[in-house]
Design a binder for this molecule. Structure first.
Ligand SMILES: Cc1cc2nc3c(=O)[nH]c(=O)nc-3n(C[C@H](O)[C@H](O)[C@H](O)COP(=O)(O)OP(=O)(O)OC[C@H]3O[C@@H](n4cnc5c(N)ncnc54)[C@H](O)[C@@H]3O)c2cc1C
Length: 458
């Protein structure tokens, strides 16, 4: 897509050799620890070494035979409790801002589930080469793309992460421009879909297929028959705090990508819901052009996630102790005033954390807070089975007229969202072409496109 949109020149790749690629930290027991990058590093790592003898039981324990369970239950069962509290909970904070005692291991860390199922042991499976993160489905997709673009392999082999000159919005802007210039796409940015298929302030649109990319719970309100799987998972709210410091007054003692806070450190009250901090100006150092480069330290703190409501309620209770309970104080606040008050609270949480964890005493020159409401869906235990049921219901109720895509279904990362959206769009297009060829009879419940086909292969 980057190539098709001629965005190559705006790519900001971060090589695998850079500090950001090699140094990722976890804040535990009052200091930053570098995450291990090799097996030898893990065996001698201060956070893990004491837990390794217990973790060795993974080699002899068989599988549980369960179709799914929480990440915590899986990790405790195979490796012992310490792994969940430190390492794994920090990773879950970094990716899902979620609670590992509630999230599905199969839908979030599917590789662990498959290693146990196929080899009877995660460690053994990895030693035997079963640790490929990609599914056979993804491997075929990747091979097809690589065959068309061999230079992509060199890029992937050398690159840790990447962004664009003006950040990720370069991608959506270029996509929009390309679609509009094609003359075949009509984008209505200010229109809210109220009901399938009518759009506020516009005449109803006639369509032969709808691909809905809204969050599932939003989609459920628009449908005449809404499958219950659309509203099963909650989503969490994250406060994103951007901090900009003068680099002459604020330096990182340990350059890298950033650090995550594990559950063991993070009773919501003590650390006030901090999930982690990204060292932006170190993670993507080439992004800043002009005179400010090298003179600016940019950090992003993320706060809340599964702890958001607890942290917000506790703060409100502390600020208005006359309220008899934290929950009562929330309902009595006007929501705009609450947002404003929380914004200044999150500023304080972020600057205070940076001071204590990174020993940066200077005050930031710029602080921006965005509270992203319900922004990361939480795949609860049994998610994959529910997606299979949803796949069946969409076939039954909508007969191939409605397909779904987006973070609520089969992967929350941007790469997953793009990959799944592309797949569903290509499948719908090929069905429509079949219809144009006079083979419409082939389109029926069984071969309808729902966007959830891969749920049967994960
Ligand atoms: C703080 C944070 C950090 C993240 N960091 C990363 C990262 O580093 N790497 C990564 O890969 N992923 C990251 N993610 C995850 C990733 O950004 C999201 O999962 C992904 O962007 C979701 O895309 P989406 O299109 O499914 O949903 P959204 O971007 O939420 O799009 C849904 C759209 O539907 C619109 N909508 C809702 N109702 C209606 C209606 N009735 N009519 C019309 N429109 C409607 C909404 O306005 C919204 O624009 C991060 C997420 C967050 C919140």
């Amino acid at each position: 897509m980057i190539k098709a949109l001629r965005l190559d020149s705006r790519l900001e790749p971060v090589p695998k050799t850079s500090p950001a690629a090699k140094n990722r930290f976890i804040y535990a027991h009052k200091k930053l620890h570098m995450l291990p990058t090799s097996l030898a590093g893990a065996l001698t790592h201060p956070l893990l070494a004491a837990k390794l003898p217990r973790a060795g039981l993974d080699l002899i324990k068989g599988g549980s035979g369960q179709e799914d369970e929480s990440i915590e239950s899986f990790v405790n069962r195979r490796f012992g409790k310490g792994f969940s509290d430190d390492l794994i909970s920090a990773m879950v904070h970094g990716i899902y801002a979620g609670d590992l005692s509630k999230l599905s291991v199969r839908s979030t860390f599917g590789i662990l589930y498959h290693l146990e199922k196929d080899y009877g042991s995660v460690i053994l499976g990895m030693l035997m080469g079963g640790g490929a993160v990609e599914t056979p489905w993804d491997r075929t997709l990747k091979e097809n793309i690589m065959a068309k673009m061999p230079e992509l392999k060199t890029f992937v082999d050398k690159t840790s992460i990447y962004s664009f000159t003006d950040g990720l919005e370069d991608l959506s802007k270029a996509l929009e421009q390309d679609l509009v210039e094609s003359g075949r796409v009509n984008i209505r940015k200010e229109s809210w879909v109220e009901k399938l298929i009518s759009i506020k302030d516009h005449d109803p649109i006639q369509a032969n297929t709808v691909i809905a990319a809204l969050p599932p719970s939003k989609l459920s309100h628009l449908l005449p028959v809404a499958p219950p799987e659309l509203i099963y998972n909650p989503s969490v709210t994250v406060a994103v705090v951007n901090l900009v410091y003068n680099a002459d007054q604020a330096r990182l003692a340990s350059p890298g990508f950033g650090y995550l806070i594990p559950r063991s450190e993070n009773s919501a009250v003590r650390h006030r819901g901090l999930l982690g901090v990204v060292f932006d100006s170190c993670a993507i150092p080439t992004q800043d052009k002009g005179p400010s480069r090298d003179h600016t330290l940019k950090l992003t703190a993320m706060i809340g996630g599964h702890m958001f409501e607890d942290v917000a309620a506790h703060h409100e209770y502390k600020s208005s102790p006359s309220q008899s309970s934290p929950s009562q104080s929330i309902t009595q606040h006007d929501s705009k005033a609450r947002e404003k008050e929380l914004t200044s609270f999150f500023k304080e949480v972020a600057t205070d954390a940076v001071k204590r964890h990174l020993q940066i005493d200077a005050s930031p020159e710029i602080v921006k807070v965005h509270i992203q409401h319900d922004c990361i869906p939480q795949y609860l235990v049994g998610h994959l089975q529910r997606m299979q049921t949803l796949d069946r219901s969409l076939r039954k109720e909508y007969d191939g007229l409605l397909a779904v895509t987006g973070a609520g279904y089969l992967g929350v990362s941007i790469n997953d969202c793009i990959k799944n959206a592309r797949e569903v769009a290509e499948s719908v297009m090929s069905k429509l072409e079949e219809e144009d060829d006079g083979e419409a009879a082939l389109v029926g419940r069984q071969d309808a496109v729902t966007g959830l086909e891969r749920a049967w292969f994960l």
